[in-house]
Ligand binder design. Sequence first.
Ligand SMILES: *Cc1c(COP(=O)(O)O)cnc(C)c1O
Length: 245
Amino acid sequence: MTGRLSGDEYLEQRKKQIEANYRLITEKIAAAAKSSGRNPGEIMLLAATKTVPAALINHVIGLGVTAIGENRVQELLSKYDEIEREGLSGFHFIGHLQTNKVRQIIGRVNMIESVDSVRLAQEISKRSFDAGISTDILLEVNIGKENSKSGFFPEELKERLYEISTLKGITVKGIMSIPPICSNVAQINKFFIHLNKLFIDIKCEKTDNRTIEYLSMGMSSDYEQAVKEGANIVRIGSALFGARI
Ligand SMILES: *Cc1c(COP(=O)(O)O)cnc(C)c1O
């Protein structure tokens, strides 16, 4: 009588909207990949799941999403047991990670995308090695050299990569970045192009403990552009799940 939706109806409506969003995003990713001469199958759509309840995360996994990323250790742990891992090949950590919390996620995530210091890499290395496993990592690049963001500056990336590559229990798989907020496409493109250049550069270097294969850049507002400029992981939250409340 009030015209308000019940909890179940609300959830069903959100699921339908998410399904439509998912179709649209995969089409756009495919078009962007093709327009730059790449195979759409090479691009990993990673669902950024902060604030999203497990029921909706499981819904996108059911739709075909194969990788998810959480930002906070506490939130990850609280949802962990509810997430259906069948069909899921990537469970990534994508937020700022304090060294004293590393222990809690080792063995639960297969990749930590947000490695922003040598100290953090050392801790991931130690905890993974002690657990008898290897954790994949990406090095976060502060491409806009912003004070508000963490990550390695472009000019120190190679040196840090050499340092980190010597560590046991981890494999460096590539780089991740969150470029500055830009008001136009040309501006953001400059950052994507720079990141792709860094990616290609380090791919050519040879040392142990790394197989550089991932360039993680592009979010809801700019993932098509990122794919056109070489991204093979795009991290998408609000365009898939709707605005975060
Ligand atoms: C939240 C988040 C995203 C997704 O952001 P949207 O703009 O909602 O797509 C991607 N990467 C990281 C590191 C995030 O924290």
